[in-house]
Design a protein around this ligand. Structure first.
Ligand code: NAD
Ligand code: DAU
Length: 354
């Protein structure tokens, strides 16, 4: 007998870091919805992130590329997609500096393809279908020592990555204004937690501490990020998707601003303890390296809107989350070593002269 689902939700980028947490949560929390995970499985996509739910009856994976509009049309028709949560993206700032075109192709053109196909598929009753676009706080630019990004902060993207995400946000709003697409946008700060690809600061530092390799800190390590546990982000995404007001933007942040050097030192202390090394062993591995080009100084989020409208708050404290993350990477060394493949090592060699 065919099961009938209330919604057929397409989640793009579901094999990536944040996407895999969201897919798992939606599959487990909503057996009445079918969750279709569309991912091109680039270097950042990894289906082993979802091994525990791959056999769930309300889950399906489709390998496809959002740059290919005809395959998107086919998937929307065949799977009768009713709603979309869009996370697929090229997501690493350093890679956007060495290869900007890939970011325009996926983040700008790929998002436009999804908008066009969603509009075609849902045109009879636009208001009953939702397009949730997942974006970043980096679209707002860089803060000085004080201040917070709110939903009304003017856009000022400064890297090819953030410019491509800003373009995609503008396009989503334009489809809402021009055609009446029912959209929501979320702009979130830096995530961390299990299954993050080790090119990003926290997993890279954890991996290098485990292997007693140099810990590369850009510039003087003074840049500030607002860190959020990935599970708290996934909860916020589920809430906004289900209950957020149409055509609204919600900022999501951890209220946990730290300088990069402080994050690295915290990880060194946790590493010394978990690996039973003498206190101070890992911090000797810190090396200050050439700064990122155009490196944004500080990001920090005012998340009062989602807190007051949707009663969301971040649950995991940074200190606890960093420890949980380190413990996860220590118990999942196979996962970590599997993703450290030839392509990643090539990238690492090119970017870091360590
Ligand atoms: P990620 O790089 O871990 O995952 C991206 C996923 O998208 C991968 O599975 C990859 O295979 C897939 N993908 C890439 N190009 C594709 C294409 N052309 N077609 C289909 N799939 C493709 O990224 P992440 O850190 O999980 O970020 C997910 C989303 O959240 C992104 O849109 C990012 O901009 C946004 N975001 C990330 C953070 C963060 O701290 N990581 C913070 C705020 C917002
Ligand atoms: O703010 C949200 C954004 O956070 C997301 O939109 C991006 O997808 C995500 O990658 C992240 O961007 P950042 O550039 O802030 O993250 P990353 O982990 O690359 O770097 C965090 C900080 O650490 C940044 O100031 C650069 C610094 N850094 C990074 C690496 C990889 C280092 O000092 N050394 C490193 O080796």
């Amino acid at each position: 007998m065919m099961t009938s689902y209330n919604k057929h939700i397409l989640i793009t980028g579901g094999a990536g870091f944040i996407g895999s947490h969201l897919v798992r949560q939606m599959v487990l929390n909503h057996p009445q919805y079918k969750i279709i995970n569309l991912d091109a499985l680039t270097y950042a996509g990894n289906l082993s992130n979802l091994e525990d739910i791959q056999a769930a009856p309300n889950y399906k994976f489709i390998k496809a590329d959002i740059r290919d509009i005809s395959s998107l049309r086919e998937i929307f028709n065949k799977e009768k997609i009713t709603d979309l949560i869009h996370l697929a993206a090229e997501s690493h700032v350093d890679r956007s500096i060495s290869n900007p075109s890939a970011f325009i192709e996926t983040n700008v053109l790929g998002t436009t393809n999804l908008l066009i196909v969603a509009l075609e598929a849902w045109k009879e009753n636009l208001s009953s279908h939702r397009f949730h676009h997942v974006s970043t706080d980096e679209v707002f630019g860089s803060l000085g020592e004080t201040g917070l990004f709110s939903e009304t902060t003017p856009y000022d993207p400064r890297s090819p990555y953030s410019a491509s995400k800003a373009s995609s946000d503008h396009l989503v709003r334009a489809f809402g204004h021009t055609f009446g697409l029912n959209f929501v946008i979320t702009n979130c700060s830096n995530n961390y937690g299990p299954y993050q690809f080790p090119e990003k600061l926290i997993p890279l530092i954890i991996h290098n501490i485990i292997h007693s390799k140099a810990l590369p800190v850009y510039g003087k390590g003074e840049n500030v990020r607002d860190w959020l546990w990935v599970g708290d982000h996934a909860n916020a995404l589920e809430l906004v998707f289900l209950k957020g007001a149409t055509a609204q933007t919600y900022n999501i942040g951890g209220n946990s601003e730290r300088k990069n050097i402080d994050i690295v030192n915290m990880l060194c202390s946790i590493g010394d303890e978990l690996l039973q090394r003498d206190p101070g062993t890992s911090s000797k591995l810190i090396q200050f390296v050439t700064d990122r080009l155009g490196h944004d100084l500080r990001y920090a989020i005012d998340s009062s809107k989602i807190q007051s409208e949707l009663a969301w708050t971040p649950k995991i404290k940074l200190e606890d989350g960093l420890r949980k993350t380190f413990e996860w990477y220590l118990s999942n060394t196979k996962w970590l070593e599997k993703v450290i493949n030839g392509e990643y090592l090539e990238y690492y060699k090119k970017n870091y002269s360590l």
